[in-house]
Design a protein around this ligand. Structure first.
Ligand SMILES: CC(=O)SCCNC(=O)CCNC(=O)[C@H](O)C(C)(C)COP(=O)(O)OP(=O)(O)OC[C@H]1O[C@@H](n2cnc3c(N)ncnc32)[C@H](O)[C@@H]1OP(=O)(O)O
Length: 258
């Protein structure tokens, strides 16, 4: 494990709260109930279980050393992704991953990429929410870089999901805004002069998630896929028809934190 990754994990443990709470008030009788979600963190280390770099980090599950717990967390995460976006992934898998394997096999392989960090929150043993991300390098984010070749250090958000029963209580916003952007990314910014900020990929038709990202200041990255400009085509009767190109499958969003 590199000292940088170790430091990154420490920052994540500091900035993501150990519990998340929200209160629900019953509209009929005014009774308030508080739900407390408990944090569990997981990271995917580089190398195998025999690697000397494989160290125990208190309160953060090392996937290679605790495979059974790690697989339980990953399986719960992929199940939540399936509930929320399974239909989209089924349609898009071949284009996104360039093979004919079932999307879940592709997704699980991606989810085990070294240096991914998972921050999950649990409600009595059931996964309530999670975010997964990686400190990595990415191109296509820098304005004015016409060839989209400049590579910058960035926190890439792979997934953020809140189970339906826990939605609309500010959990998504708290995880992204307070913990990831104002917390982790700001702290990483202090370590890295050239650190860019946060980036992510979102299906273009996922309007709810896009609205949340845009509300937090994310914008379409310069190198993101984009719909082309509308064009006109002559009709058989000598008129003109406007052709509006379809949205791309996904957009890349980013948040620059100078
Ligand atoms: C990189 C990626 O992972 S892209 C994929 C993103 N994830 C998904 O699409 C999975 C399915 N969706 C979800 O899990 C959730 O809806 C999330 C993560 C997008 C948002 O989580 P929530 O905890 O519900 O969000 P939260 O309560 O913080 O509300 C955030 C915003 O969503 C909007 N919102 C909240 N409730 C609703 C609702 N019922 N209908 C529409 N919009 C709503 C509001 O605009 C809110 O903004 P505000 O904070 O200014 O009021």
């Amino acid at each position: 494990m590199t000292p940088m990754f170790h430091q990154f994990l420490k920052i994540c443990m500091q900035d993501f709260p150990e519990t998340l709470e929200y209160t629900n008030t019953d509209g009929n009788n005014g009774t308030a109930t508080t739900t407390v979600l408990k944090r569990e963190m997981l990271f995917i280390p580089e190398g195998d279980s025999n690697s000397q770099d494989n160290i125990e980090i208190p309160t953060c599950v090392n996937y290679r050393l605790h495979k059974s717990r790690g697989n339980h967390i990953l399986d719960s995460c992929v199940q939540l992704i399936d509930e929320h976006l399974g239909a989209k992934y089924r349609r898009a898998s071949r284009t996104m991953y360039g093979n004919r394997k079932p999307w879940k096999a592709n997704k699980l392989a991606e989810m085990k990429s070294p240096n991914l960090v998972y921050v999950s929150y649990w409600d009595n043993g059931a996964l309530a929410a999670f975010a997964s991300f990686m400190l990595t390098e990415e191109t296509g984010l820098v304005e004015g870089d016409a060839a989209h070749e400049v590579s910058v250090p960035v926190i890439y958000l792979y997934e953020v999901h809140v189970a339906c029963v826990h939605r609309g209580h500010g959990i998504g916003r708290r995880l992204l805004e307070r913990a990831l952007c104002e917390g982790v990314a700001r702290h990483v910014r202090c370590l890295y002069e050239e650190f860019f900020g946060v980036a992510l990929t979102v299906f273009s038709d996922n309007t709810r998630a896009r609205r949340l990202y845009e509300a937090l200041g994310f914008y379409r990255a310069p190198g993101s896929p984009a719909a082309g400009a509308p064009t006109t085509r002559p009709t058989r009767h000598g008129g003109e028809r406007v052709v509006v190109p379809r949205d791309p499958l996904y957009y890349v969003y980013c948040l620059h934190m100078p």
